[in-house]
Design a binder for this molecule. Structure first.
Ligand SMILES: NC(=O)c1ccc[n+]([C@@H]2O[C@H](COP(=O)([O-])OP(=O)(O)OC[C@H]3O[C@@H](n4cnc5c(N)ncnc54)[C@H](OP(=O)(O)O)[C@@H]3O)[C@@H](O)[C@H]2O)c1
Length: 288
């Protein structure tokens, strides 16, 4: 039975992909950076391997017997070097298929650093001779959970989005698409923009969260400079605050990538709606 190595298996995308692949009965090896981070993954029936992509000696053993790799790591300035180490190791041995998670807007002239870094890695994969599939998701609905504290205490959702609309995607749908790309033939050489099914404004998002928790939630537009200060105060590094402002700015200007049908066509399911997401996470938004 062919095996699938999932890197970043403790993260948002990786953990959902492991669950999805295991539910389909696939042989999955979940890569984590410490044994403790593998406990919940082991409970799904996945093998767990402790490795770190900054330490090349740990990668070869993790790849042994694996025909597919779902390549996902944290958004970070070192991601080109980190993912290069995986690509270099995966090129040894049998020809493998790498499904790489990038982001909507990836390209060598992307206005945000993450998009340019993802483009560098995608180019390396294309040149590698391995099979490749690129998933470029829109921003995750799960990022809204970072707003839970102000929703709980003030009933307010703050962002510099104006009335821009964007088709936020649920990470469970990204996992469904990723799973299909490794379990079914026909996805090598494909690039998929993975979005939710509907473009929503943050005023609508706030209203859905309010309905789910049974009390009003209001969207409050924030000037970009104030949003940046808030992100830095919350501990985000400068480059990430700048990237997020660019992404908010694209949405605020009405230039977000519109909805695609990838979740339905490739993932084989209806995309999670913002109303469903809000209901599924009502406890986190309600707090207490
Ligand atoms: N979140 C979004 O809205 C969004 C939207 C579009 C695209 N994306 C893309 O999706 C990717 C993943 O995002 P995410 O939100 O799932 O990230 P995440 O939750 O931060 O997960 C990243 C995982 O990568 C692991 N990792 C980091 N460095 C590693 C290394 N050197 N060796 C092995 N594992 C390493 C982390 O391990 P630890 O658990 O040990 O820290 C973590 O489990 C990113 O490339 C991002 O650009 C995200």
């Amino acid at each position: 039975m062919s095996g699938i190595l999932v890197t970043g298996a403790n993260g948002k995308t990786g953990s959902e992909a492991v669950r999805r692949l295991r539910a389909a009965g696939a042989r999955v090896r979940a890569m984590v950076r410490s044994a403790a981070k593998g406990e919940a993954l082991r409970a799904t029936g996945a093998e767990v391997v402790v490795a770190d992509l900054t330490t090349p000696a740990t990668i070869g053993p993790a790849l042994e017997g694996m025909d597919h790799v779902l390549l996902v790591t944290s958004p970070s300035p070192d991601q080109v070097a980190v993912q290069h180490n995986l690509i270099e190791a995966a090129m040894r041995g049998p020809r493998r298929h790498v499904v790489k998670v990038s982001a909507v807007g990836t390209g060598p002239r992307s206005p945000f650093a993450l998009g340019r870094w993802h483009a560098e890695i995608e180019a390396e994969l294309v040149a590698s001779g391995m099979g490749w599939t690129f998933l470029r998701p829109q921003s995750y609905m799960q990022n809204l959970l970072m707003a839970a504290p102000t929703i709980q205490t003030e009933g307010k959702l703050y962002a510099p989005m104006r009335d821009g609309r964007t088709p936020l995607v649920d990470v469970r749908d990204v996992a469904a698409v990723a799973a299909a790309c490794v379990l079914e033939p026909g996805h090598e050489g494909m690039t998929y923009d993975v979005t939710g099914g509907e473009a929503v404004s943050y005023a609508e998002v706030a209203a859905h969260i309010g309905r789910a928790i049974g009390k009003p939630v209001t969207y409050v537009d924030v000037p970009p400079a104030a949003a940046r200060a808030g992100m830095l105060q919350a501990g985000l590094p400068d480059w990430l605050a700048d990237d997020l402002l660019v992404l908010y700015g694209i949405a605020a200007a009405g230039k977000s990538r519109g909805p695609t049908t990838v979740v339905r066509d490739v993932g084989g399911k209806d995309p999670v709606t913002i109303a469903e997401f809000a209901r599924d996470h009502a406890a986190a938004f309600r707090g207490g």
